[in-house]
Design a protein around this ligand. Structure first.
Ligand code: TXA
Ligand code: MG
Length: 341
C-alpha cells in the first residue's frame, strides 16, 4: 500500500472521507498529537486500528467529534458539571469519559460501559470531523509503545505502507496527548494528565481528583492505557530526578564513540553538561514549551544517541504534571506486569 501525505484541503478531506467510509484508517492532525482515525460505528475499522498499531485489545479508544455534533447520540448521561467543562475548555485538549449509549462499536471501549469523547481544537481536525460527520475513534498515530507523533513525518515513519493517507496539518502545538477526565461520578477525576490541568478543572467546577491506580489491590483499573510502558524512544534511557543532577552528569561523562550520549533537560540545567561530549536536547523553560518539544526530542534522541540521559524538570504541578508523566513513561525500562492488576 502506498501511504500518501496530503495537506488538509477540500480534495484531501473528500479522499479521507472516502477511505473512512470504506472502513480504512486515516491519520489526522490534532492540536495535541496526530491520531489514527477510523469509523467508530464500524467494527472492522476499529479492529483494524488495534491491529495496525499493535495495541493491546484492553486499551479503549477516544471518539473524536466536531464541535456541533449531537453528543446525545453516543453518551447516555451528561452531568451539569461536564457541560461547564465543555464550555470552558472545548474544543481543546480535554477528553471527557461519559456513560456510553453503547451505539458505537463494542470494540471501541473494550467492554467498559463508558465512552471517551474528545472535541479537538485543531482546524484541520474540525474540518475532517465535519466532512465525515460521524464519531472517529483515534488513538495516537504511533506504533504501540513508541513515541507519539507530533508531525505527519513522524506518522509516516511508523505507518509507511500500512495506511493509505496521512492528512498533514503541520506540527502539533500542544505536543502531549489530551487530559483524560472521567465525568461519570460526583466530581471529575483525571485519568491522564495533560494541558488542561487539575487546577484549571477545579477552578471551573470547584473540585477535581486525580486517579492513581493501586496496582497491588487487585482493583480493576479505570483507564487501562495508564498501565503500559509508553512513548519510549528506541534507545537506552535513564531518567534522573532534578535533585540528582550530579549523577546525571557522571553518567553523561561515560560517553564514547561507541556509546553516544544525549542529554534532555530544561534549559536552565543544561550548563551542568558544558564541556562534555554529549548532544544536547533543550526542553525549554515553561511547561507548555516542554510539552510542545518533548516527543520531537525523544524521536530525535533515538536517531542521534545510544543512551539518553534525561533530567526531570524542577517545577511540579500544572502542565508539568503531564510532561513528567510522559517523561517517566518514556524512560521506564520495564513493563508493569499486567497480571498484577
Ligand atoms: O490527544 C489525544 O487524546 C490523542 C489525539 C489523537 O486525540 N489521542 C490519544 O489516544 O492519546 P490514545 O488512544 O493514545 O489514548 C487514549 C487514552 C488511553 O489512556 C485510554 O486508556 C483512555 O484514553 N481511555 C479511552 N477510553 C476510555 C474509557 N472509556 N475509560 C477510561 N479511559 C479511556
Ligand atoms: Mg497513545
Amino acid at each position: 500500500m502506498i501511504t500518501k501525505i496530503q495537506r488538509v484541503a477540500p480534495d484531501s478531506l473528500r479522499e479521507a472521507k472516502n477511505f473512512i467510509e470504506a472502513g480504512e484508517v486515516v491519520a489526522i492532525p490534532t492540536e495535541t498529537v496526530y491520531g489514527l482515525g477510523g469509523d467508530a460505528f464500524n467494527d472492522e475499522a476499529v479492529k483494524k486500528i488495534f491491529a495496525v498499531k499493535g495495541r493491546p485489545n484492553d486499551n479503549p479508544l477516544i471518539a473524536h467529534v466536531h464541535a456541533d455534533y449531537d453528543l446525545s447520540k453516543i453518551i447516555d448521561y451528561d452531568p451539569p458539571y461536564a457541560k461547564k467543562l465543555r464550555e470552558a475548555f472545548l474544543p481543546g485538549p480535554l477528553t471527557l469519559v461519559y456513560p456510553s449509549t453503547g451505539k458505537v462499536s463494542p470494540f471501541v471501549s473494550c467492554g467498559l460501559n463508558t465512552l471517551a469523547v474528545r472535541i479537538p481544537a485543531h482546524e484541520g481536525a474540525q474540518a475532517f470531523l465535519r466532512e465525515v460527520d460521524i464519531p472517529i475513534v483515534a488513538p495516537s498515530a504511533n506504533l504501540s509503545k513508541h513515541v507519539s507523533p507530533t508531525s505527519a513525518q513522524h506518522v509516516y515513519e511508523d505507518f509507511q505502507g500500512k495506511i493509505p493517507l496521512i492528512l498533514d496539518g503541520g506540527v502539533c502545538v500542544g505536543g502531549i496527548e489530551s487530559t483524560v477526565c472521567d465525568v461519570t461520578g460526583e466530581v471529575p477525576v483525571i485519568l491522564r494528565p495533560g494541558l488542561v490541568t487539575k487546577e484549571m478543572i477545579a477552578s471551573v467546577v470547584g473540585a477535581c481528583e486525580e486517579y492513581t491506580p493501586d496496582f497491588r489491590s487487585g482493583e480493576k483499573v479505570k483507564s487501562p492505557g495508564v498501565l503500559y510502558k509508553h512513548y519510549a524512544p528506541r534507545c537506552e534511557t535513564t531518567l534522573f530526578g532534578a535533585n540528582a543532577l550530579a549523577d546525571a552528569v557522571r553518567v553523561a561523562k561515560q560517553a564514547t564513540a561507541e556509546k553516544r550520549v544525549a542529554v534532555l533537560c530544561e534549559s536552565d540545567l543544561l550548563g551542568a553538561f558544558d564541556g562534555l561530549n554529549v548532544a544536547v536536547l533543550d526542553l525549554g523553560k515553561t511547561g507548555e514549551e516542554m510539552a510542545n518539544r518533548l516527543y520531537g526530542m525523544l524521536r530525535t534522541a533515538e536517531t542521534i544517541c545510544d543512551l539518553l540521559v534525561a533530567v526531570e524538570p524542577r517545577e511540579k504541578g500544572g502542565v508539568m504534571t503531564g510532561v513528567l508523566n510522559r517523561l517517566k513513561k518514556a524512560c521506564v525500562s520495564v513493563d508493569i506486569p499486567h497480571e498484577n492488576v
